[in-house]
Design a protein around this ligand. Structure first.
Ligand code: UDX
Ligand code: ADP
Length: 458
């Protein structure tokens, strides 16, 4: 079959996979190829067991795979054959050298730029999909436009706003699609080519076009603002616990102000995920680089509150359970960084699990989707941990349950049955405020919600 356009995506991860599947589904006349350096990932994408759990994604992949959606390891061929190349390789926080722990590690990104330059035989539009520090496009332009190249490349920034667990809906009905380009004739033409793809399903008024630096920065700022809301409500959760105010009531009252809105006001044991912390630290690094220490300190505070929230959750468990956790058995309900995903990157559960093991507790972890990742994350301490998918079996014989992830399945469990099988006195620490606390108290649990008074039998 002859396709109207050939689109390539480099990086078959949480961003590249779902985004390209959606483009293939909505644009049947385009050929979409996704490549990755990791051959086992490509094998999985080509199987019935795709490498990420995302509700509704497998159905779309199945409907398009082999028709106009292809997964491959042949990156050079993919580059040669495509006119538009999305890049969604990972950009983790640097762990070494200057900017370690703060700046983005751009080595995968730069390798990709060089590979594009070496394999390309015709002009290409390169689309930054991964979240990147502001002005990365400039570095990309410099690599691609070196004198030995002789080929025209236009760089666009098109940051992804999908959230895991709701990626399919976010991609299908985005609040906005943001496309930044150089404001040169070539840049504007490239921008139009990308707008044209999205207009297959996104209303034109939701497609925002802008300059490239504002676009890159907007992604960092959007994530920083979202994370800031969570840190704001989490900072108030501790005050509620001291004053007998109720965080859910406060969030309801605050969120009813249409200027503020009600979303992203759920107090939690802390935000996780691959983006929030990384993007804020990126922003902080950028501010420090330009000598804007006051601004940097302001945003760094969002991360500090998040660390504080995780730490105080553990300390509360410790002090409540008579100041010793040694030899006690604690069940973590959930390990994913949020519900409806198996992803555990930066999950607060990682921190909590490690701290509890430091206190010499024995852990049982249950999660409907994230147990394989949990085992990898905790491989160095796994002799102290059992991984059990059935929550009833997981909680049996435990002294305490700590809710880490807001999976619906947890609120629907039979807690009377769970109670009878646990050691007494037994405790529930609800790090997501998803359970019926009054009911649990009536059953006999000592209940410790976040940002609300504890319900105790002693
Ligand atoms: C985020 C952004 O939402 C998305 O636009 C961007 O593209 C990538 O980063 P994601 O990390 O997948 O998406 O999930 P999100 O729903 O934003 O949740 C992030 C973390 O915040 C999770 O750990 C979640 O449990 C937590 N959270 C969210 C809260 O603790 N309280 C809330 O009210 C909302
Ligand atoms: P994200 O959440 O940003 O999508 P992931 O880690 O899920 O991040 O995905 C990034 C993908 O990019 C990984 O599958 C990784 O193997 C792939 N990758 C990294 N470097 C390269 C490269 N040079 N060429 C092709 N793929 C790459």
């Amino acid at each position: 079959m002859n396709f109207e356009k050939n689109i390539l995506c480099i990086g078959a991860g949480y961003v590249g996979g779902p985004t390209m599947a959606m483009i293939a589904w909505k644009c049947p006349s385009y050929k979409v190829t996704i490549v990755d350096i990791n051959p086992s990932k490509i094998v999985q994408w080509n199987s019935d067991n795709i490498p990420i759990y995302e509700p509704g994604l497998y159905e779309i992949v199945k409907a398009t795979r082999g028709k106009n959606l292809f997964f491959s390891t042949d990156i050079d061929k993919g580059i040669r054959e495509s006119e538009i190349i999305f890049v969604s390789v990972n950009t983790p926080t640097k762990t070494f050298g200057a900017g370690a722990g703060m700046a983005a590690d751009l080595q995968y990104w730069e390798k990709t730029a060089r590979q594009i330059k070496n394999s390309a035989e015709s002009p290409k539009i390169i689309v930054e999909k991964s979240t990147l520090p502001v002005r990365t496009a400039l570095a990309m332009e410099r690599i691609l436009a070196s004198p030995d190249s002789g080929i025209a490349f236009d760089i666009l920034s098109n940051p992804e706003f999908l959230a895991e667990g709701s990626a399919v809906n976010d991609l299908q009905n985005p609040d906005r699609v943001l496309i930044g380009s150089r404001e040169t004739p070539g840049g504007l033409k490239a921008r139009e080519a990308l707008v044209e793809i999205y207009t297959h399903w996104v209303p034109k008024e939701k497609i925002i076009t802008s300059d490239i630096w504002s676009t890159e920065l907007s992604k960092l700022v959007a994530n920083a603002f979202l994370a800031q809301r969570i840190s704001s409500i989490n900072s108030i959760s501790v005050l509620c616990e001291k004053t007998e105010a109720n965080i859910s009531e406060v969030a309801r009252a605050v969120g009813a102000d249409s200027r503020l809105g009600s979303r992203f006001l759920n107090a939690s044991v802390g935000f996780g995920g691959s983006c929030f912390k990384k993007d804020i630290l990126n922003l902080v690094y950028l501010c420090r680089y330009y000598g804007l220490d006051v601004v940097a300190d302001y945003w760094e505070g969002v991360v500090r509150i998040n660390e504080y929230q995780k730490e105080r959750f553990v300390l509360n468990m410790l002090s409540t359970m008579f100041n010793t956790l040694a030899g006690k058995k604690i069940c973590l309900f959930g390990f994913a960084f949020k519900a409806n995903t198996g992803d555990t990157r930066e999950s607060p559960a990682i921190y909590v699990a490690r701290r509890l093991v430091e206190e010499r507790a024995e852990l049982v972890i249950t999660d409907p989707r994230a147990l394989a990742n949990a085992e990898t994350d905790l491989s160095d301490i796994k002799d102290r941990i059992s991984f059990i998918e059935d929550p009833y079996r997981a909680a049996a014989g435990c002294d305490a349950i700590a809710v880490m992830t807001e999976w619906d399945l947890f609120s629907g469990l039979d807690f009377e049955r769970i109670y009878t099988q646990m050691s007494k006195p037994c405790f529930i620490f609800d790090g997501r405020n998803i359970l019926d606390h009054e009911r649990l108290f009536e059953i006999g649990f000592n209940v410790f919600p976040l940002g609300k008074s504890a319900l105790k039998h002693f």
